[in-house]
Each structure stands twice: as structure tokens, then as C-alpha cells.
Design a protein around this ligand. Structure first.
Ligand code: URP
Ligand code: ZN
Ligand code: ZN
Length: 448
């Protein structure tokens, strides 16, 4: 099959080219009109050809607080495809005392046969008993080379500094990488207690239980531990300009540090907590939305290559679920926002179309770099021979209309820009509509 008449995006910009795929793989990129092929032709005139998006931080089936994420695997992955994301990496979350391989098997059991896009799994570790840590090397060999540890969520997921050090040593020893949620759980718990003791239980108080200082303290601590242990580290969902400053400084002596930023921390801000009950509920996530200057600085850092890639932390609960939980006070509200459907189109509209980020850097941060850094090099995230034929036809003139978080965004109405999508050579979206009836997402073993 030939895609002809369109432009592809490379590091150096947008250039006209034809693209040839054979079966599920890209086989050639040629000058316009040079591709010779007997088979079908897709007319991409006036459109951009992009690699399928790669979002390496999602929670399509997250057990948190009062329930699973509302959309689940099938609908969340439909939203991903409609928004131009063909690959996600989710998290397997072990129950207390559960062996890590059992949790991985359980998560694969939930996703397989339901998920419409390709996926991999990070493995969350909340228990650093010898037995658990001993399971890490085999998991790495089986295609799970990335683990997540939390400095936040006291009493549930949080690891102490000593426990985190043990985990980092085990992960490093297995040739793997650690992803860390960098907020200080003790500081958050103390702030939360003051709020609750003084009757401040409404959703608008959530950000005060997650102060800037908490992220700053945790980022400083985890950068120190990374230097001490040598463990490769990704700080996930960095939400403060100050965190980026600390990362930049640490990188002068430690080259094995990765910084992730998420869509909502770039383009939404703490003003939503003052926009009424529903807006505040929709915006309950951790780290919370911050003062707007942080998003502007993080976007500048992402465009300049100081942050590595753009994810979503997609963890979408319905407003109904959040509202019911809020009757018990804001700490009971499950944390998380959507974003997987919007990542490519919103970042195009608010970063590329505004001239804040080049098209090449945009594609690098949404596709190539997250794939390469999370163990999918050579397979996902680029339009190049040998890569999977995950292809978007994107209309760069379409403008996404941003709806504030908290207003219901349903999958069917979420596309703007993404016109057609192919996953491993099979068309899955046509003119903004899903065209597949059977789940066809494949599990992706990864290797760093
Ligand atoms: O609020 C969030 N981020 N929910 C998902 C879990 C996490 O910490 O990434
Ligand atoms: Zn997190
Ligand atoms: Zn997350």
C-alpha cells in the first residue's frame, strides 16, 4: 500500500514524501511520486503523515480509591485510537502480598481481548520484601523492564526512603529502570490532616494537600537516591518549573535521568479548583494542577529538549464516581484525569500551531522518544523502514477546541486533526470514526 501526496515529519521539519507499507510493516519512504507498487493507494494530499502516538503513562484499568477507571480497557483504547495514539504503556498494580508475576498475568488477562491499541506494562512495586525484589530479573527478561515506585500516597503505595533505596538497587541490578511518583507522602498527609481537622473537605481543597514543596522535596530526594544507587530514573508527571530546574542541575553529573510531563500539567492550571464543585472534582489528580506559569515553563522545557516526552497519565473516572466519593471528603475521591484522546491534537493546537514547538519536536515528544526510552526502539514511534505501520493521516489545519477538565468528554467527539489511523497496517479509524469491530491490540514485550 502507498500513501501518496502527503508530507511526513522528521526532526528537520515537514517534507513531502510517499510512504510504502507491506503488510504490517513500513518498507520504504520515497520522494513524492517515486514509490512503485501495484497495490492500493491512499491519497494523503494536503495532510501530514505521522507515526502513531505512543503514550507511555496510562491507567486504563486502575483500582484506586472507590473504583476502576470509568472507561476501562476497551473504551479507553478506543479514545486512544481516535486521538491518534496507537501504543500505550499501562501499569500492573499488585495487591498487598501478591507476587509481581501474578499481578502482571492478571493485568494481561484484563487487557488482552479488550484493548484496541497495542500496549505494554510497567510494574508497580509497593512491597520491597526479598521475595518480591527477587521476581524483578525474570520480569525484565519477559519484556517488563520498567517499574514504578511511589514517594506519595502514605498508607497505600508509599515507600520510605530506605525501601525506595532497596527497590532502586534491585531495579538497577536487573538492568531495568525505575519510574517514580515524586511527591512527599508525609508532607501531603500532614497538610491533608490540617485541612480535614478544620472542616475543609470540599474538592477545591485537594491541591492544598499536595503543596509545591512536597513535590520539590521528593524530586530532590529521588535525584539524590538515583545518584547514590546508579539506578536509571524517570520522574513521571513532573508538574513544577522548579522540578525541571532540579532535573537540569542533576543531569550535569547523572546522565541516566528522564523527565516526563503530562498534558494536563502543560495546558490546564489550578484555576479549575476555583471553578465550582464539578470543575474541581474533574481536576482532582496527583500531582495536582499548578499555577499557570509552571505549565508555560514546562512547555518551553519540553520544546527545548530539557524534558523528554509528553504523556497523559490518563486515569479517567466519571464525574459521577468522583462526585459520589466526594461525599466522604476530597481525600476519598479517586485521583486522575483523562487525556489520551486529546494528547496529540491539543498539543498540536496549543504548542505547534502557536509556534511554541516545532512539528519535528512535537512528533519526537509524542512518538519517537517515549517509544525509544521505554524499550520499543526500532518498532514504534517513527515512520521508517522496519517499523510497525502505525500511521496517522493528520489535518494540520484542524483546531482542537479545548474543553475544561471536568466537562464530560466522550470518546466519539474527541477527534480533531486525526482523520485516519492505521495500526500495524490495518485501518482502525476512518474520517474520525472507529472502523474495527474486534479488539486487535497486541501486547508488546519491551527491552531497554
Ligand atoms: O492522579 C493520578 N495521577 N492518578 C493516577 C495514579 C498516578 O499516581 O499516576
Ligand atoms: Zn503517579
Ligand atoms: Zn500515573
Amino acid at each position: 500500500m502507498i500513501f501518496t501526496g502527503g508530507s511526513i515529519i522528521t526532526d528537520t521539519g515537514v517534507r513531502p514524501a510517499d510512504l510504502v507499507i507491506t503488510g504490517s510493516t513500513i518498507t520504504a519512504l520515497t520522494e513524492p511520486g517515486q514509490a512503485v507498487e501495484d497495490h492500493s493507494v491512499v491519497d494523503a494530499s494536503g495532510l501530514w503523515l505521522l507515526p502513531g502516538g505512543v503514550d507511555v503513562h496510562t491507567h486504563f484499568g486502575m483500582p484506586l480509591g472507590s473504583g476502576l477507571t470509568s472507561l476501562g480497557w476497551r473504551e479507553s483504547s478506543a479514545a486512544a485510537l481516535l486521538g491518534g495514539t496507537t501504543t500505550i504503556i499501562d501499569f500492573a498494580n499488585p495487591a498487598v502480598g501478591e507476587p509481581l508475576p501474578e499481578a502482571v498475568a492478571k493485568w494481561r488477562g484484563m487487557a488482552d481481548g479488550q484493548i484496541l491499541c497495542d500496549y505494554g506494562l510497567h510494574v508497580t512495586v509497593t512491597d520491597v520484601a526479598d521475595d518480591r525484589l527477587a521476581e524483578i530479573p525474570d520480569l525484565v527478561g519477559q519484556g517488563f523492564p520498567t517499574f514504578k515506585g511511589f514517594l506519595a500516597y502514605k498508607g497505600r503505595l508509599m515507600l520510605s526512603p530506605v525501601e525506595m533505596t532497596r527497590l532502586m538497587e534491585a531495579v538497577h541490578g536487573a538492568g531495568a529502570m525505575l519510574l517514580v511518583h515524586a511527591e512527599d507522602g508525609e508532607m501531603n498527609a500532614a497538610a491533608e490532616k490540617v485541612l480535614l481537622d478544620t472542616g475543609r473537605t470540599a474538592p477545591c481543597w485537594h491541591p492544598l494537600a499536595h503543596p509545591d514543596e512536597s513535590e520539590e522535596k521528593a524530586v530532590a530526594a529521588i535525584l539524590d537516591l538515583a545518584a547514590e544507587t546508579g539506578c536509571p530514573l524517570t520522574i513521571v508527571h513532573m508538574s513544577l518549573a522548579r522540578s525541571l530546574e532540579m532535573l537540569k542541575k542533576a543531569r550535569q553529573t547523572n546522565k541516566r535521568l528522564i523527565g516526563e510531563v503530562c498534558l494536563h500539567h502543560l495546558f490546564a492550571d489550578a484555576g479549575l479548583y476555583e471553578g465550582g464543585h464539578e470543575a474541581a472534582l474533574g481536576a482532582i489528580c496527583s500531582p495536582p494542577l499548578r499555577a499557570a506559569h509552571n505549565g508555560a515553563d514546562l512547555l518551553t522545557g519540553l520544546a527545548a529538549g530539557e524534558l523528554d516526552f509528553l504523556s497523559t497519565d490518563h486515569c479517567e473516572f466519571s464525574l459521577k464516581v468522583k462526585a459520589e466519593a466526594s461525599a466522604g471528603g476530597f481525600p476519598r475521591v479517586p485521583n486522575g484525569c483523562g487525556g489520551v484522546a486529546e494528547r496529540m491534537v491539543v498539543s498540536h493546537t496549543l504548542a505547534v500551531a502557536t509556534g511554541k514547538m516545532s512539528p519535528g519536536r512535537w512528533i519526537e515528544t509524542c512518538c519517537g522518544r517515549p517509544a525509544a526510552m521505554m524499550g520499543l526502539a526500532g518498532r514504534k514511534g517513527q515512520l521508517a523502514p522496519g517499523f510497525d505501520a502505525d500511521i496517522l493521516l493528520f489535518d494540520p489545519t484542524a483546531q482542537y477546541r479545548w474543553k475544561p477538565l471536568g466537562e464530560s468528554d466522550r470518546a466519539g467527539s474527541l477527534w480533531a486533526g486525526v482523520r485516519d489511523v492505521w495500526l500495524r497496517g490495518r485501518q482502525v479509524v476512518s474520517s474520525g470514526q472507529l472502523t474495527l469491530d474486534q479488539p486487535g491490540g497486541e501486547f508488546l514485550p519491551r527491552h531497554l
